[in-house]
Design a protein around this ligand. Structure first.
Ligand SMILES: [Zn+2]
Length: 92
């Protein structure tokens, strides 16, 4: 049902849709992606992310950043421009 709820939020609320606790959730998402949370905490975060368009977007972005950095570490060509672009979007 998550994808459906996100679609509704995206469609009905446009890009102005904000999560009332976005900062709180993004911190938890970062901790989770860095492997610093328990399975129980992951389930708690994912439950919110799955139903919240804003947080799902943030979650996707944080994941992309980590994947880009990981790829860079194992020496697959990820340009600095690409990393900079992701970082710029993260701050937008
Ligand atoms: Zn949210």
């Amino acid at each position: 049902m998550g994808a459906f709820v996100r679609w509704i939020q995206k469609t009905m609320m446009s890009k102005k849709a904000r999560c009332p606790k976005e900062e709180y959730w993004i911190e938890l998402v970062r901790l989770m992606l860095d492997g610093q949370t328990t399975d129980e905490e992951n389930a708690y975060v994912l439950k919110h992310v799955d139903g919240c368009y804003r947080c799902y977007d943030n979650f996707d972005l944080e994941k992309a950043i980590r994947e880009a950095l990981k790829n860079k570490l194992i020496n697959i060509k990820v340009s600095d421009a690409f990393i900079a672009e992701i970082n710029r979007k993260a701050k937008a």
